[in-house]
Design a protein around this ligand. Structure first.
Ligand code: ZN
Length: 373
């Protein structure tokens, strides 16, 4: 049987309509599925966005080491430095106190506190330690320095040399990018430890002499002089207010600080000697021949030169901030001491400084102190 042609057309049209209808259904299904997928994706993103909690940047880990310092005020100055660093909100600060401690010498006879009052007033409550009435000669100190971004030494003259393994561990820590801060009498320690002397640039006392390296200072022409003249290593006059002169104004620690500023009463360290390698003098003070002559030693006069007080030293990948300032608590209450400690410690830990210069920073002819509670 042969179908009439119009029926053939109708049949073909029906098939075509059916095919188109099926495709439309499939396409719509796909579109709906895609829309659901997109909606789910956006909802999920929104949900995730809502769940993101803004975390504050991780704080730098700092450690103060103390327990043996010829300055009997050290239990208090440790707490002062811990407070100064924590108030920047950049650091968490732990303290490692040696198991056996020596309180040092009561230099300031005029001070009302008794010899033991500082260790009694500023104890570490989670630590027991023996108090020795004379310098401790043997150290069994061992420590994993790698847990910290920066180590601050509040040790001093007569600190017993760390065991060889601990010295080697500390050298590796520093060479691999560690941070180290040396305050005042901490540079009296360990004249015999060659790598320590490289870290601090210049040191004082501690058995050092002309073999330890030259005196380093700025002459009147503003040039750095390395002077290998024979003579003592380390001296200072009576405490007094003295002016610091910035020598590296573009260094991160010094940027924005005034060219000259007056420091509260302190010892003006001079005649320091050392290898002075990879070292930058950040600030100097003038060691007057008469004014900075120690009254207790008629054989020594002031050097009559501008001598380093703040230094930055590179040791391998590590960084060291060295401040000779900080003889007593009132020296550390100076806004200049506090600011340079805070900035120097950040630089030692990271290589940069994010802190603003405070408004109370001392000027060329007036000091500013913050009474520490
Ligand atoms: Zn001192």
């Amino acid at each position: 049987m042969v179908l009439p042609s119009y029926l053939v057309h109708v049949h073909l049209m029906s098939i075509l309509v059916l095919i188109l209808f099926n495709y439309t259904i499939i396409l719509m299904k796909k579109l709906i599925a895609f829309s659901i997928f997109c909606f789910a994706l956006i909802s999920c993103g929104e949900k995730q966005k809502k769940e993101v909690v803004e975390l504050p940047p991780a704080k730098l880990k700092a450690l103060i080491i103390d327990g043996q310092n010829n300055h009997y005020v050290w239990p208090k100055t440790t707490m002062m430095m811990k407070g100064y660093l924590e108030e920047t909100n950049l650091f968490t600060v732990d303290i490692h106190r040696m198991d056996s401690v020596w309180l040092g010498i009561k230099y300031n006879q005029s001070r009302p506190e008794t010899y033991t009052s500082f260790i009694e007033t500023y104890p570490l409550t989670d630590k027991t330690y023996n108090i020795s009435d004379s310098p401790i000669k043997i150290s069994e100190f061992a420590f994993d320095f790698k847990d910290y971004d920066v180590i601050i030494s509040n040790l001093g003259a007569e600190s017993p040399l760390w065991p060889e393994k601990t010295r080697s561990d500390f050298e590796s820590y520093m060479a691999n990018g560690g941070g180290f801060v040396v305050i005042h009498a901490a540079n009296n320690a360990w004249g015999e430890w060659e790598e320590f002397n490289k870290m601090i640039g210049l040191g004082a006392w501690g058995g050092r002499n002309e073999k330890s390296g030259p005196y380093v200072y700025y002459n009147e022409a503003g040039e750095i002089v390395k002077d290998s003249t024979d003579g003592v290593c380390g001296s200072h006059g009576p405490e007094y207010e003295f002016q610091l002169t910035t020598r590296a104004p573009e260094h991160p620690i010094m940027k924005g600080l005034p060219n000259k500023w007056l420091h509260t009463p302190d010892e003006l360290y001079e005649r320091m000697r050392g290898p002075f390698e990879n070292a930058t003098i950040l600030a100097t003070a003038f060691a007057d021949v008469e004014k900075n002559a120690p009254p207790w030693d008629p054989n020594i006069k002031g050097l009559g030169q501008n001598v380093p007080q703040l230094m930055a030293i590179n040791y391998g990948k590590g960084r060291v901030f060295h401040s000779t300032l900080g003889h007593f608590d009132y020296s550390m209450e100076c806004a200049g001491f506090i600011t340079t400690l805070q900035r120097g410690t950040e630089w030692a830990a990271t290589g940069t400084v994010s802190q603003e210069v405070p408004e109370d920073f001392p000027t060329a002819d007036s000091t500013t102190s913050r009474a520490w509670k």
